[in-house]
Write a protein that binds this ligand. Structure first.
Ligand SMILES: [Ca+2]
Length: 313
């Protein structure tokens, strides 16, 4: 029994030791990280910038050598894991083909920089012009609108491979939040798509962000024209008799884009009635033209008539 316990405790210690070895030493909670990129502006296509990370403990001393720092970037590539020597670590950022601003985050344990470190890749973006085709959409589930953006530098020249991110306050975008690159003419394309949730939307605002520039376009959403209701009814019995009630049922009437709010009847014997299902008794025999008029929630009306024969006693 004692032997078993010893083996178990050795196993536990070895497990703990292995677990400890796997954890990277990181900055203490009270440490302060400062970062800088040199140079802060580089060319696209493999140019580099050196990022210097300085970490100081709360008491003012540098963190122990080997403290691990993690870096991520929105554009290009970066040495994602570097370690400190005398409180300083270096990482190299390398640009890709994209033109824009790389947001770099630096983190060691729970300590990070207050805001992202930015590196500008290529020409500074000065403006984005946006157009929507069509400029307004008649609402329909799945209705689409093409969005074209053109990105310019400060000399009004279009920028190729500029990184653009689109967002919208209604509907959805084909780009779905991903970065889209401009073509050789500085153009970038996206599409706005409406869903059934956007039925009551008046205006959709699509926003494009490239570098430090943001541009928006408003697209009007027009309510589709009202569709007329369809009037239809049945009656029973099929051979109505004088002085015996006939049931008229307008349940088969419909409105494709709304609801029917009113059912009006003319029973053909100079009497009228209201309601989806009504009873009427004819006091004389003869041929009657029964007319049903339905009104939808937009005030549109439709009528239908049936000739019915009322037989005598
Ligand atoms: Ca309607």
């Amino acid at each position: 029994m004692k032997k078993l316990l010893i083996i178990a405790s050795i196993g536990l210690w070895m497990g703990l030791l292995t677990a400890c070895q796997k954890v990277d030493p990181v900055a203490p909670m009270d440490a302060i990280i400062t970062v800088s990129a040199n140079p802060p502006v580089i060319n696209p296509g493999g140019d580099t910038s050196v990022i210097t990370i300085i970490i100081v403990r709360g008491d003012g001393y540098p963190v122990p050598d080997g403290t691990v720092v993690y870096l991520t970037t929105t554009l290009g590539t970066i040495d994602g894991r570097v370690t400190t020597t005398k409180g300083v670590a270096y990482s190299v950022f390398t640009s890709g083909i994209e033109v824009g601003i790389a947001d770099i985050t630096v983190q060691s344990g729970v300590v990070g920089t207050a805001g992202p470190l930015t590196i500008q890749i290529g020409a500074a973006i000065a403006s984005i012009s946006l157009t929507a085709t069509p400029a307004s959409i008649i609402f329909e589930e799945g209705a689409t609108c093409s969005i074209t953006g053109v990105v310019f530098d400060e000399n009004a020249q279009p920028i190729a491979n500029a990184t653009v991110t689109f967002s919208t306050d209604a509907g959805s975008l084909d780009s779905a939040g991903r970065i889209v690159l401009t073509n050789e003419n500085g153009e970038v394309f996206d599409a706005l798509r409406l869903s059934s949730w956007d039925k009551d939307v008046d205006t959709v605002t699509v926003t494009a962000t490239a570098g430090a520039i943001t541009s928006s376009i408003s697209i009007k959403v027009i309510a589709p024209p009202n569709v007329f209701p369809t009037a239809n009814f049945t009656y029973s019995p099929s051979n109505p008799k004088k002085d015996s009630p006939v049931t008229f049922n307008a349940s088969s009437s419909s409105d494709p884009d709304g609801t029917i709010v009113k059912y009006s009847w003319n029973f053909g014997d100079n009497t009228t009635g209201m309601g989806k299902i009504v009873n009427h008794t004819y006091s004389s025999a003869g041929t009657m033209t029964v007319t049903l008029t339905v009104t939808d929630d937009d005030g549109a009306t439709s009528s239908t008539s049936s000739i019915i024969k009322v037989s005598g006693p």
